[in-house]
Design a binder for this molecule. Sequence first.
Ligand code: COA
Ligand code: MG
Length: 285
Amino acid sequence: MRSALFVPADSEKKLAKGPEAGADALLLDLEDAVALARKPIARAMARDFLRARKHEWPRLIVRVNAWDTGLTLADLAEVVTAAPDGIMLPKCNGAEDVKRLDWALAALEAREGLPVGGIGILPIASETAQALFAFGTYAGTSTRLIGLTWGGEDLAAAVGARANKGPDGQFDDLFRMARALCIAGAGAAGIPAIDTVFVDFRDEYGLRAEATEARRMGFGGKAAIHPAQVGPINEAFTPTSQEREWAKQVLDAFSAAPDAGVVTLGGKMVDKPHLLQARRILGRS
Ligand code: COA
Ligand code: MG
């Protein structure tokens, strides 16, 4: 999943535009982009949108409201009837929150006659101060986990930070830490890490820089808030032809010397971590 575009689920216009954006997933939002009075209509619209889908792609993931709102079960009860590919769980505080969601989904899947375990879970794992201490708890919690992501807006609000980036456009320390922990937590759980949104959606240069950095750090994709962000994000997370060429050369070098642990390529040492990286670039794990 290179790109995942947020679409407020109560907006007919944006729902109609979403599938054309070229994103690998749409995040149908029932949470922060939807006012309280419009939650019921957003649920119904998300459900109808899911029911009307004709294609496997983009994947359709619903962001439900957080457990502490009391709205989550009503969100799930409605959207699971239309079998979304996944549920995004905001303000997730760790393994217990995921297990609870896993259990609720299993009951609803059984009710609907859907395969139990089919709906994925994508936690947003940094939106409270407490959550920062739980990044290591996700491994092994649920086979539904399809990725791990983080968010800096709610975290700023939670700790009373006035902003999450400095004047140079770089995240401040607390947010850099959350971002790095997201990669560590996802790596420990064996799932992809998805980087958070770039809110200044008119700044394509800034978006490209942040997405390129995210890929270098280990993220497999990035969330988007505007259709114009999808192209640059997809590009940033697609291996370049140079990277693919390098990866092929690494694989060739190792198959030419099957008993070697280390080989030389273009004057540089190449060993097992490079082989793993090369396989990942070519999508062969
Ligand atoms: N999904 C689908 N379509 C979108 C979209 C989105 N996330 N964001 C904008 N569009 C559409 C607009 O409706 C508009 O359509 P039109 O050409 O038919 O009028 C077109 O893309 C261009 O939009 P633009 O005028 O540039 O932006 P805007 O002022 O309408 O919207 C935002 C700006 C930020 C309000 C909007 O992008 C948005 O709602 N983003 C998602 C917010 C969200 O979900 N936040 C929660 C997660 S952080
Ligand atoms: Mg939020």
